[in-house]
Design a protein around this ligand. Structure first.
Ligand SMILES: Nc1ncnc2c1ncn2[C@@H]1O[C@H](COP(=O)(O)OP(=O)(O)OP(=O)(O)O)[C@@H](O)[C@H]1O
Length: 387
């Protein structure tokens, strides 16, 4: 097998499985023996409008990193810069210790898969997968063996002679992955690879990708709009906003310890409450009661802040319970064994709560309810935070 399995990753790369660093530094020194992808201070503007601003992070060898962020935040531009399809105005990119900046796209040893698969329509599945190997003038026997191996990897052995138009979207996507991996690239870039597929197929292919990645262990960056997909497939998430990296971390870090209000609101739902800090552990909500945060508020008393609570950290109680925020029940929708409840406070703030479907009293639209926030799990941001 030409492709490295996880157990075959050279020692220099294997050492490098340490969790990704949040290179706020974006400038941390690069060791030339560092395996994986290293991005440093990448900036790029289109006609004077910045698309990437000082982007820097590391992807350890064999890691899968998902790039997330709203439309236009620079994800595809970054991927194109790594692939060599765009020369950034500033910054450096290293792959397995080699500086890529003076290396043209076709010599970068990077495989790429796009949302539209970009298969050659007039070539069969096998010819598509063989394409890169033939361009590299590999001997015919090696090409045939490799094509069979790749089609086995993506479970399309029986489809070798079909044309792309004779395949489903999911099968075409798998051919695109097989084609990208056939030339044993050092890294794989995936731009919304499952974006065009329906939900069920998406989930199936995500699971298949995780299985394949366990075999192949290739350093991967994937752009996705789908948070669940990112959390399923990636070891590490990079959340971008307006050309900058907002946070780098494990899926749990990003969800449980968001570094900014933007990340808190972008990943999952965040209920937001305006408040004024009144003590080390207390803040008065604009909506009325004072809340106590177990973690404490790292703000001076008198500071205006935004408190956030995830829907699963909102508890419904009787309206006159001590410390409860007054609200009205708007509607509820079942979500497996949970109930997703929309509520509204007297000042018009919409609150989402996720409660057990079989617990607590039943309410009807318009009913008065009290809300308590789980003080162990509040997040606090400056009132002027950008969202
Ligand atoms: N070739 C180009 N010429 C001019 N502006 C561009 C070009 N490519 C991208 N941009 C701009 O750069 C910014 C970042 O675009 P990019 O495609 O990287 O965003 P994205 O995060 O991938 O968005 P999406 O999720 O919608 O694909 C956007 O404002 C976009 O309009």
């Amino acid at each position: 097998m030409t492709l490295l399995s996880r157990s075959e990753v050279p020692a220099a790369q294997a050492q490098d499985r340490a969790p990704l660093q949040n290179t706020d530094s974006a400038t941390a020194p690069v060791s030339l023996s560092q395996a994986g992808l290293v991005l440093r201070r990448i900036s790029h503007s289109f006609s004077g409008t910045p698309a990437l601003r000082d982007v820097g992070f590391d992807v350890g060898a064999g890691q899968v990193v998902a790039l997330l962020g709203p439309s236009g935040c620079g994800k595809s531009t970054l991927l194109r810069a790594i692939a060599g399809l765009l020369v950034p105005d500033r910054g450096e990119i290293f792959l397995d210790g080699q500086n890529l900046m003076s290396i043209p796209a076709r010599k970068r040893s990077i495989g790429m898969v796009f949302q539209n698969y970009a298969l050659f329509p007039h070539l069969t599945v096998a010819e598509n997968v063989a394409y890169g190997l033939i361009s590299h003038r590999r001997p015919r026997a090696e090409v045939n063996a490799r094509v069979s191996e790749m089609l086995r990897l993506v479970r399309l052995e029986d489809y070798a002679r079909r044309l792309p138009r004779e395949l489903s979207g999911g099968q075409q996507q798998r051919v695109a992955v097989a084609r990208a991996l056939a030339v044993s690239p050092a890294a794989l870039l995936l731009d919304e690879p499952f974006g065009a597929l329906d939900r069920a197929l998406r989930t199936e292919l995500q699971d298949e990708f995780v299985r394949m990645q366990a075999d192949v262990g290739i350093t991967t960056i994937m752009v996705t709009h789908d948070q669940e997909e990112a959390q399923t497939v990636a070891d590490t998430l990079v959340v971008m906003n307006a050309g900058r990296v907002e946070q780098v971390g494990s899926p749990e870090d990003i969800y449980d310890r968001p570094a900014s209000l933007f990340v808190n609101r972008f990943m999952g739902h965040a209920n937001c409450f305006s408040a004024k800090v009144t003590g080390a552990h207390t803040a008065a909500l604009a909506a009325g009661p004072t809340v106590t945060s177990a973690r404490g508020f790292a703000f001076r008393p008198g500071s205006d802040v935004i408190l956030t609570a995830r829907p699963e950290h909102v508890r419904l109680v009787a309206q006159n319970d001590a410390g409860a925020i007054s609200a009205k029940w708007v509607r509820a929708a079942p979500l497996a064994h949970m109930l997703s409840v929309d509520l509204i406070t007297p000042d018009g703030t919409l609150i989402k709560a996720l409660v057990n479907r079989h617990d607590g009293p039943r309410y009807a639209p318009g009913d008065a309810v009290g809300i308590l926030l789980d003080t162990q799990n509040l997040h606090v941001f400056p009132a002027a935070s950008k969202t």
